[in-house]
Design a binder for this molecule. Structure first.
Ligand code: NAP
Length: 329
């Protein structure tokens, strides 16, 4: 495989995927609407085709002009998007759909491909746009990939949990980095042992390429940091990268009530542990970046950016109220 078409490609996962593909010798074309700045604007190794992926004719035109060996679909939010792309790119050597760990429909540890049931998806959910049906729609996309493979199309899925790293516009990790960077005391919801699988963005990019090159048609592959951290270990890891010390203060629902905060208000907190088995992907030769290195790059990028996550987590004065009460106990 020599040529790749990345649907998306300018913002987060797709942007890192383009870098990874270039490093591995691919000729890359990105397909997007052009509403986000193109970081590859002046890079003559990356061609740009403008279009909206929800418009099948635009995708068909891209298929004709680019004729890629591999297609990476970073913008499929509805099952119909996956059905259209697998039809349009049926003759390509590989089609890889970026699904999500949210596609899993049962809580178990770990969640395994082909074993843990996926979310169901009604016709109504399939065309919905709300975040409530995100997992349902992603799961139906996975089923569309499997159905395409039955028609002889080399289509595959990759399921990441929450992704972090440079250019993460969601600011989920930025909120935590900001807390550790600016304050001596960091409020951690619960007892600090909460586990929610995350994945470093460059490892998602390499997973997508490796699955295109070596994956099996119709299969889904989880991707996630090989070594997971609890929420408190994550705070410690951030502190180590910032070369600082913080005092972690635990607060349960009763203590948090003093600041009118709930456990779930903290980004990256999840009451039931979310853990994806990554053995199937590792068997293809995929490797995970060591945590310190991954967090180091995330922290460096945070410090260079103006992201602080402030719109996405509890406000500091609410936290201070909780910390104040805990100090008097
Ligand atoms: N981020 C995570 O934590 C996470 C976790 C699990 C799974 N995922 C999945 O990973 C995929 C990529 O996520 P991301 O966070 O990296 O996305 P993202 O950065 O928001 O992707 C945006 C990219 O897609 C392009 N785009 C958006 N709408 C488009 C359209 N209608 N037609 C053509 N191009 C379009 C954008 O360019 P223009 O706006 O210029 O068109 C941009 O290049 C998604 O499928 C998501 O469900 C993400």
């Amino acid at each position: 495989m020599d040529t790749a078409l990345v649907i998306g490609g300018t913002r987060f996962i797709g942007r890192h995927l383009v870098d990874d593909l270039l490093e591995h010798g691919y000729d890359v074309t990105i397909f997007n609407r052009g509403t986000h700045d193109n970081p590859f604007e002046t890079d003559d190794r990356v061609s740009h085709v403008a279009g909206d992926r929800t418009n099948d004719s635009a995708l068909e035109a891209a298929a004709m002009t680019v004729d890629p060996d591999a297609v990476f679909d970073c913008v499929a939010y509805h099952p119909k998007d996956v059905r259209a792309a697998t039809r349009i790119f049926a003759d390509c050597e590989a089609y890889v759909y970026v699904s999500s760990g949210a596609a899993y429909g049962r809580e178990e540890i770990p969640k395994r491909e082909g074993e843990t049931p996926l979310e169901s998806c009604t016709a109504e959910q399939a065309t919905d746009d709300s975040s409530d049906t995100y997992g349902n729609r992603k799961a139906e996309g996975d089923r569309a990939v499997a159905a395409a493979a039955e028609q002889g199309i080399n289509a595959m899925s990759v399921r990441p949990p929450i992704v972090y790293g440079p250019h993460d516009y969601t600011e989920r990790l930025d909120w935590w980095i900001d807390r550790v960077n600016r304050f001596d005391r960091v409020l951690v919801p619960g007892d600090g042992t909460n586990v929610r699988h995350r994945v470093y963005v460059e490892d998602v990019a390499s997973a997508l390429r490796i699955v295109a090159e070596r994956g099996e048609a119709g299969e889904a592959y989880n991707v996630g940091d090989r070594r997971l951290t609890t929420l408190e270990e994550m705070v410690d890891l951030i502190a180590a990268q910032l070369d600082t010390d913080v005092k972690v203060v635990h607060a349960g629902p009763h203590e948090l009530a003093a600041g009118e905060i709930e456990l779930e208000d903290f980004r990256l907190y999840r009451s039931y542990p979310h853990v994806l088995s990554t053995a199937k992907l590792a068997a293809l030769g995929w490797e995970s970046t060591p945590l310190e290195e991954a967090m180091g790059r995330a922290v460096d990028d945070h410090l260079e950016s103006d992201r602080d996550g402030s719109e996405y987590g509890p406000e500091r004065d609410a936290e201070e109220r909780v910390l104040g009460i805990l100090e008097t106990l």
